[in-house]
Each structure stands twice: as structure tokens, then as C-alpha cells.
Write a protein that binds this ligand. Sequence first.
Ligand code: ADP
Ligand code: MG
Length: 151
Amino acid sequence: MDRLRFSTTSAEQTQSFAERLAHLLEPGAVLLLEGDLGAGKTTFTQGLAKGLGVKRNVNSPTFTIIKEYKGRLPLYHMDVYRLTDADEDLGFDEYFYGEGVCVVEWAHLIEQQLPEHYLKIVISHKGENDREIALEPKGERYVSLSKELVK
Ligand code: ADP
Ligand code: MG
């Protein structure tokens, strides 16, 4: 199994899917979010944050690159869209190999700096409120996680 697909018909549905995923996450989990502008990466992250028990409102970290939130596990929300130098190391490893959950929007832009194993989540626009969420796990841990999610 290398790819799993889900369809959602509202932002709330995407968020509840993410919320369900959040309950299965362990320290050091790395989630890569891909998809065009407006696909729903930040919306997905909001659901994930809720599932992790984050109280603060999660918004797009466009100008800060990395935002931290306190929850059941710390949430590190990264949006590397505006990183001008793909090789610039903002101390990513501290986050990737830390005790929290990392969510990286536009992760392919820092391809060289990504860890070996992760759960890639690709969100595609199918209509005004229709989205397809495709899971592409890399590494045994994320394959089991994905299987658990579709049970
Ligand atoms: P991105 O971070 O990928 O640029 P955002 O999450 O900021 O995208 O924006 C997605 C927009 O699409 C939001 O306004 C959200 O309410 C809307 N939306 C509509 N339907 C969906 C859906 N099924 N899943 C996620 N977002 C949706
Ligand atoms: Mg975003």
C-alpha cells in the first residue's frame, strides 16, 4: 500500500478527518502537506490542532515559517512557501526529530532537508467545496498509521 484516497465535501469534513488522524499521532510524527494555494492545508492543520488539544487558533504561518502550539503533544506548524533559499536550515532537525508533531506546508520546497520517513498528505481541489485527500506514507510507522486511519 502506498496511496490512500479520501473525499471531503466541506472544510469541516477535512478538519474532522485531520482530527481523527491527530489521535493516532506519536511524538516525532512528521506530516507533509502538499496542494495548491487554497487546497486546504491550513484548514487540515486546524483540525489536526484541535485533535491534539491545541486551544489557540491556528492560522497560516506565512511570515514566520514555523509556529509552535501547546497541545497533548507540541504542534510545530511550518509553511515553507516563502523560504527564499531551499537550503537554508532553520533548525528543522530539532523539530523533525523532536517530541512534537511537525506539519509542513509546501514540504517539497525543502526536499533536501526532509527526514527519511513521513506521512505525505496531498490535498486536491475537485470543486468549490470538494477535495481529495491522498495519503502517501513513507516508512513502516506511517504505513500502519494510514491503515489504522482507514479501519
Ligand atoms: P492552503 O493552506 O492549502 O492554501 P487553506 O486551508 O488556507 O488552504 O484554504 C482552504 C479554503 O478552502 C478555506 O477557505 C476552506 O474553508 C475552503 N474549503 C472548502 N471546502 C473545503 C474542503 N473540503 N476541505 C478543506 N478546505 C475547504
Ligand atoms: Mg496554508
